[in-house]
Design a protein around this ligand. Structure first.
Ligand code: PBG
Length: 319
């Protein structure tokens, strides 16, 4: 008679594990704030900090030493305006941040490309009245992408969910000679309440409305496949599903159907839920981190963008 428990004994259990985590497939998001001089704690994300331009390179070097291969940069500019001008400024926070990291490390620098941290209204595109404009935003995205490339970024990750953004960015990069710059598209990005803590972290709350007009409806899974297919046709080299844990079904389908390098973003709310419960002693934090990351890997993620990349790398080898 088959007894499933035979393979669950210590040692054997580990040997037959189907899914293994490695820091090598993790990406650490970093918030860089050009107005601060010391790292600043993010209240809604216990254990996470905004970095200053002065502290950033040290943090990146530490991650590199720990074996984390890549960072995903978000910038907090000193000045915001209607059109997010600071986003493509060669002396802007992200452009400076890229150069600082590249001067000291070989870590892969992925840049989040979106207007929402740079616009005074906080939307991911230009606005007219209450409308977020799609086509008018595209040339700006191309300019921002080129400025990131000039500063030395390794991968451009557009997250604004504008239709045809990937094509606009690909064309702009190619025209400037950056034909080999990879694009990691936030292809299936849902209008999720789990981005809540990020709004504090990146100061990207919006002045009116919501993002439901451009981000996906959580009710839809088939639509995610359309989103991903369109982005691949437009030139995405890697695709992303975001958030991760509430959308593991989508992640599985995207990986199975397209076979593309696929990233999942374990977002701020996913982080803070576990961190907050752990602070209260309601969850074992390390075990919860490992189980959540394992579920994302098991569902098909080749890469996981997670606020725990550093923490995971520190304890790699321990279980
Ligand atoms: C910007 C952006 C957001 C996140 C990543 N890029 C916020 C949003 O779309 O509202 C969320 C990341 C997180 O919650 O960790 N477009």
């Amino acid at each position: 008679m088959r007894r499933m428990r035979r393979l669950r004994k210590p040692g054997i259990r580990e040997m037959v594990a189907e899914t293994r985590l490695s820091a090598k497939s993790m990406i650490q998001p970093i918030f860089v704030d050009e107005r601060i001089t010391e790292p600043m704690a993010i209240e809604a994300m216990p254990g996470q900090f905004r970095q200053s331009l002065g502290s950033l390179a040290t943090e990146a070097a530490l991650l590199e030493d720990l074996g984390v291969p890549a960072v995903l940069l978000f910038g907090l500019p000193a000045i915001k305006d209607e059109v997010g001008s600071a986003a493509s400024d060669p002396e802007g926070v992200i452009q400076r941040a890229i150069r600082l990291i590249k001067e000291t490390t070989d870590i892969v620098v992925i840049t989040d490309l979106c207007l929402c941290e740079y616009t005074s209204h906080g939307h991911c595109g230009l606005v007219r009245g209450d409308e977020v404009l799609n086509d008018e935003t595209l040339p700006l995205l191309g300019e921002i992408a080129t400025s990131h490339a000039e500063a030395g970024a390794d991968i451009i990750a557009p997250s604004g969910m504008m239709d045809h953004m990937v094509r606009a960015i690909r064309v702009a990069l190619d025209l400037e000679g950056y034909t080999e710059m990879p694009i990691l598209s936030y292809a299936a990005k849902y209008a999720s309440t789990f981005y809540g803590p990020f709004r504090e972290a990146a100061e990207s709350g919006f002045a009116f409305g919501d993002r439901k007009g451009y981000q996906m409806d959580p009710a839809n899974a088939a639509e995610a496949l359309w989103e991903v297919q369109l982005d691949i046709e437009e030139g995405a080299d890697m695709v992303m599903v975001k958030p991760a844990m509430p959308y593991l079904d989508v992640l599985r389908s995207v990986k199975d159907i397209f076979g593309m390098p696929t990233a999942a973003y374990q977002v701020s709310g996913e982080y803070s839920m576990i961190a907050a419960a752990a602070e209260r002693g309601w969850l074992d934090e390390r075990a919860a981190i490992l189980e959540s990351l394992t579920s994302i890997k098991r569902a098909g993620a080749d890469m996981i963008i997670t606020y725990w990349a550093k923490e995971f790398a520190k304890g790699e080898g321990r279980s």
